[in-house]
Design a binder for this molecule. Structure first.
Ligand code: ADP
Ligand code: MG
Length: 291
């Protein structure tokens, strides 16, 4: 029962690309029986591509340019995809002011004096925009397993952007290893249930909770803990930070948001999902040697 064994354990972790915050984090990680994964940027590559821009007025270039103006200031994976698409198409991106991110819901900003919102139906509804004209578009993309976001200008819906976001190549293998270790696996995402389903199926996760805002993610962790589960949360985003902090052990994906890294007990230094099962088994082995 020597602290030296723990230190050796964390040293081996660091060499493998796993940073454990402290001894307590290592000990908690060894007792995990449930692993909750964020979807976007964690199970998926986090580099979604814009695959469709449906404008109600037919001007899809203006739609993408407007969206890029707002998203330029965001570090959300969808934001990168929008800006990349606008730049790739050589579009003139207008200047936006007063940009406000609503974690897990979307982002708003002002362009040419009108308020633009990009995100889920909930965000648009909250700011008083009429979403009825675009609901069929959203449903069609969701049915294809794409992540779709709505755009409004003032109270008018303008259109829909759709993204494809593939699962990371080794996500299914990471899930399989965790399950082989006897752990229960859950997907917890802010995205729609329709967009989450094909990803969950592809990586072999049966239990999915979708449409979860940051506070909902936190509540899910608390509920699992109340059921007696010892929970690891694996996430990459600002929207995951409350859940990462509340979990028995938070695991931050390499390449994720700074706040995710700061809140987590374990940081993966590379965006390699196999480091998640490796981190938990390293913790178990290290703690076993000292008992
Ligand atoms: P996940 O929980 O899978 O990582 P997020 O919580 O980051 O997903 O995002 C959930 C949903 O919130 C997205 O599918 C999108 O509808 C909306 N959203 C959040 N941030 C943005 C943004 N910057 N631009 C557009 N949509 C956003
Ligand atoms: Mg995420």
């Amino acid at each position: 029962a020597t602290p030296a064994a723990l230190v050796a354990g964390t040293g081996a972790g660091a060499r493998a690309g796993i940073l454990v915050r402290d001894i307590e984090a290592l000990e908690r990680a060894a007792r995990i029986n449930t692993v909750v994964f964020d979807k976007t940027g964690t199970l998926t590559a986090g580099r979604p591509a814009l695959v469709a821009a449906d404008a109600l007025d037919g001007d899809s270039q203006r739609l993408v340019a407007l969206a890029a103006a707002i998203e330029r200031g965001s570090e959300h994976p969808l934001a990168h995809a929008v800006v990349e698409a606008a730049e790739g198409q050589g579009l003139d991106i207008p200047v936006a002011h007063d940009i406000r991110a609503v974690s897990g819901e979307g982002i708003t900003g002002t362009v040419d004096g009108s308020r633009i919102a990009i995100g889920g139906v909930r965000l648009l509804t909250e700011i008083g925009a009429h979403t009825a004209p675009i609901e069929a578009m959203l449903a069609r993309h969701a049915a294809e397993g794409r992540t779709a976001v709505a755009i409004s200008e003032g109270r008018r819906a303008k259109g829909v952007l759709a993204f494809s976001d593939a699962a990371r190549p080794n996500a299914a293998e990471a899930v399989r290893r965790l399950r082989d270790d006897g752990l229960e696996i859950v997907m917890l995402t802010g995205d729609s249930a329709e967009a989450a389903a094909p990803i969950a199926r592809g990586v072999g996760i049966e239990r999915v909770e979708a449409g979860a805002r940051p506070a909902d993610k936190l509540a899910t962790i608390a509920r699992l803990q109340a059921e007696g589960r010892v929970v690891a949360m694996v996430g990459d985003g600002i929207n995951d930070a409350p859940a990462l902090a509340a979990a028995d052990i938070g695991v931050a994906m390499g390449g994720g948001a700074d706040v995710a890294l700061e809140t987590a007990g374990i940081a993966l230094l590379r965006p390699d999902l196999l480091l998640a099962p490796a981190a938990l088994s390293l913790s178990r082995r290290t703690v076993a040697t000292i008992r």
